[in-house]
Design a binder for this molecule. Structure first.
Ligand SMILES: CC(=O)N[C@@H](CCC[C@H](N)C(=O)O)C(=O)O
Length: 373
């Protein structure tokens, strides 16, 4: 097998979005073929892969999950192994997550584990969500590949390498995507009274959407409504006939999610009346919160605390979303933040995590799984 750093850099060069991880899948399968032993088995599901390494005397089937997809962002790191797919980038660390998973396969195929280890390479975490359909397919077609426990990590730019940060209960929020299309009447920029300007309607709606969390949600709970993308119009001297808003909702409770969706519907109806236009709303895909099993989360923290080279941190929850939440809804387990020590945050075009996190986390997770009772 190539070095971990070479593998991570190779994967970094070929970012692909959800359910289009074709080159990524081929690359991972090629590495897995090199590691093949008689006690390792490979299955594929769409662009995902499931690797089973049989245990020598298994008490449990322990699952480890990595995501595989990338984001629509143009990379600006200037690294010599930057994305070769213009407009796409591994800006959320999934190249690291996959390399950690491959490192674990190497460790467990070199030195067979006691427990059976099942490694999920899961597509489409950034959207539309691969965890739920993958697990549904596995349950229906390969029920023996459903683990008894499930673990995963996510890189954390703000923590030093060697940090293992997690908590019992909610680690990440409930999410829902949000797409709003506005249709009015375009026309000459000099005759606004003859038109229905969707740039102005969209701008007004964005400002109103930003009042939902502050006025309708219990401030002790916290929620997020973010519009990440707005498109409208065609050229500078034509009033826009169409506009589109794309965003995401994050909540701590299912009840807040319902309240926010209802308020969005109400504000869209009000915009239709005020601006004499038509709006349509699509809530896209939604993820169930990442809710860590207390025993599993504490087991991660306690084991990390025994290792001198690691920092174990009982961290607060975050409004990030993760479809790993679907695994945890059905299987006890936990996710943790793995320190990545980089100045730029997740989803930033200049994020460049410290590659030392690879070895540090492979060592930690391998030993954690080996000693898991
Ligand atoms: C870890 C992470 O950054 N996950 C994404 C998940 C996005 C889900 C969906 N596309 C949405 O935007 O609601 C995140 O943005 O938190």
């Amino acid at each position: 097998m190539k070095s971990l750093i070479d593998i991570r850099r190779d994967l970094h060069k070929i970012p692909e979005i959800g359910f289009q991880e074709y080159k990524t899948q081929q690359y991972v399968l090629a590495v897995l073929q090199e590691l093949k032993t008689e006690f390792m088995h490979i299955k594929t599901w769409r662009t995902g892969i499931i690797v089973t390494i049989e245990g020598t005397a298994p008490l449990h089937k322990i699952g480890w999950r990595t995501d595989m997809d990338a984001l629509e962002i143009s990379e600006e790191t200037a690294l010599d192994y930057s994305s070769e797919h213009e407009g796409f980038m591994h800006a959320c660390g999934h190249d690291f997550h996959m390399t950690i998973a491959l490192g674990l396969v190497e460790r467990f195929t070199t030195n067979q584990p006691i427990h059976t280890v099942i490694i999920y390479f899961q597509p489409a975490e950034e959207g539309p969500g691969g965890a739920e359909p993958m697990l549904t397919w596995v349950r229906a077609n390969e029920p023996l590949l459903v683990p008894d426990y499930m673990f995963a990590c996510h890189i954390a730019p703000e923590y030093p390498v060697g940090t293992v940060a997690t908590r019992a209960g909610m680690l990440f929020a409930n999410t829902s995507e949000l797409f709003i299309d506005l249709k009015g009447r375009g026309g000459h920029a000099a005759f606004p009274h003859q038109t229905r300007d969707m740039t102005v309607a969209a701008a007004s709606l964005i400002m109103q959407l930003q009042t939902i969390v502050s006025r309708a949600i219990n401030p002790l709970e916290g929620s997020v409504v973010t519009i990440g993308k707005m498109t409208s119009g065609t050229v500078q001297n034509i009033i826009a006939e169409n506009a589109r808003l794309e965003g995401t909702i994050r909540t701590v409770t299912a009840e807040s999610m319902m309240i926010i969706k209802d308020k969005i519907k109400a504000l869209c109806t009000a915009t239709e009346i005020a601006f004499d236009c038509e709006l349509s709303i699509d809530f896209g895909s939604g993820y169930y919160q990442v809710f860590n099993d207390a025993i599993c989360a504490n087991a991660l923290l306690e084991y990390a605390a025994t290792r001198d080279e690691l920092v174990s941190y009982n961290c607060p929850p975050a409004m990030t979303g993760e479809d790993f939440g679907y695994f945890l809804k059905e299987i006890p387990g936990a996710m943790f933040w793995a320190g990545a020590n980089t100045a730029f945050g997740l989803h930033h075009s200049r994020i460049s995590p410290d590659e030392k996190l690879l070895l540090s986390n492979i060592d930690f997770v391998e030993q954690f799984i080996r000693q898991f009772k």
